[in-house]
Each structure stands twice: as C-alpha cells, then as structure tokens.
Ligand binder design. Sequence first.
Ligand SMILES: Nc1ncnc2c1ncn2[C@@H]1O[C@H](COP(=O)(O)OP(=O)(O)O)[C@@H](O)[C@H]1O
Ligand SMILES: [Mg+2]
Length: 259
Amino acid sequence: MSDEFGRYRLEAKIGEGGLAEVYRARGGDGSVYALKRLSRAHLGTSGLTEVFANEARVASEMQHASLLGAIDSGHVEGWPFLVMPLAAGGSLDLRLGLGGGLARALLPALAMELGRALSAVHSRGYVHGDLSPGNVLFDEQGHVLLGDFSASTTIGTSQRQPQGTFAYMSPEQVRGEQMDERADIFSLAVLLWECVSGQKIFWREAQHLCFMAVVEAEPPAMPPGFDAMETVLRGVLSKAPETRTLALEEFCQAFANAV
Ligand SMILES: Nc1ncnc2c1ncn2[C@@H]1O[C@H](COP(=O)(O)OP(=O)(O)O)[C@@H](O)[C@H]1O
Ligand SMILES: [Mg+2]
C-alpha cells in the first residue's frame, strides 16, 4: 500500500487496536515514523474523536528517550492522528507469544528500563494505565520504548470506565477507583511475572472472570528456581495499593537483584 495522509505517506499497516490503527509512515523529509490514527470504522463516532485527541495531547507531553511520545499530531480533514518514533524492534507481545517467558539474562535490564520509562510518565503527572505486552516496544538495539497513552490518566484520578488491558490492570483500576503510581507498579509486576515464567496470572477467557481474578485471585506458585523473584513480585501484587510498599525504583532494583 501507499497512501497520502496529510504531510505523510502511509507505507504499511503495522498495528491495530480497538480504537486506532498504526502505520509505518514517511514524512516530507524522508524520515520514517509511526503514525497512529483513529480507526476508519470509528470516524465520526461521537466521543471517540475526543478520546483520541486526549491521547494525542497526553502523548505530546511524553518526550523521553524511553517513551513513544507524539512528535506531531493534528487532523487531516477531521481525521485525528499522532506521529511518534518508529519502534523497529517489535513488541514484547511478539516475544512472549512464543510462550515460556523470556531468557533470564534479559530480565534485569528489562525491569530497569521499564522502571525508567514508567518513572518518566509519573514525573509528568500521569499514570500510564495500560502497561501490557502490546504496549512495550523495542528499538533496533532492543531497548524499551513504552507507548500507548490511550488509557493514561492524571495521578490521583480515576477512569470513567476502566480502560486498558484487563489481565494487566490493578484492582483499583478494575474497580474504577483512584489510581496513582502504585497501579502501574502492580501492572509491571503482572507483566514481569509473565516474562519470568510465561504464566498470564490473571488472564481468563471471559472478561468478568478476568476482573474477578484481578480483584480476588492470588497468583499461582511459580515453577521451582524462581523463588527470589516470586517473593519480590508478590510484594507489590497485594490487592490494596496502601500495602504495596516498594516505590517503583526500589521495586525494579529489588527484582533485578533477585534474578
Ligand atoms: N511507534 C510504534 N512503532 C512500531 N509499532 C507500533 C508503534 N506504536 C504502535 N505500534 C504497533 O501497533 C500496535 C497498536 O498500537 P497502540 O498504540 O498500542 O494502539 P492501541 O491503543 O490500539 O492499543 C502496538 O501493539 C504495536 O504493535
Ligand atoms: Mg495498545
């Protein structure tokens, strides 16, 4: 395919979610970017244009080496879009799709880089709200690029409807309660648990069972040999945020030390 879209030429569709589609796009200067726009099917649907515009606004505040912030955004004949750096190294989703988790040697750097990326989001006043394997991308060298600010919300506020990837949400997010940094720490622990063991601890086929698992279920025991990591992860997977005592950096460091 090749398609003009405002100042950009869309070269290939590289991703698709519930609300948006993502393209590899070439700018007028010849550089390659990722362009995300509202799905064609949702064009003109009342409310969704505003939802996307909100994502573009938040993403434009996320300029950081570990984040896929928006470097351009706007509308092409009413069609909202945002432009970000292209993550050439694929997604964590893709790597976990093979099953069995990640190589142990990769875990410390992954945890520390995710910690830095989340910390950059928090220091800008936001909870990421959707830390999940599809939103963790990599550059050519394999360094983390955290993207997708569609569920991001100001620290200390709640989402009108829980938005995000259900199996990675915190209990307070599922309940529609106020969220702060600890919600992302919970999601990070769910994601790292999967990277360690391949287990999707709160994933259930039906959405309501997934919600219940997040709120009530304890993660199953990890396979033998991962005890130290399991202890650190369980420490921040407590259901009540006030009992998650480790701050982001401390948690990431403790996890990396436990690998
Ligand atoms: N900057 C990017 N570079 C490369 N691929 C990307 C980029 N942004 C998104 N994608 C791909 O598109 C998918 C959907 O993008 P995302 O922003 O997560 O949208 P959604 O809000 O629909 O989940 C991602 O899982 C990823 O595979
Ligand atoms: Mg996404």
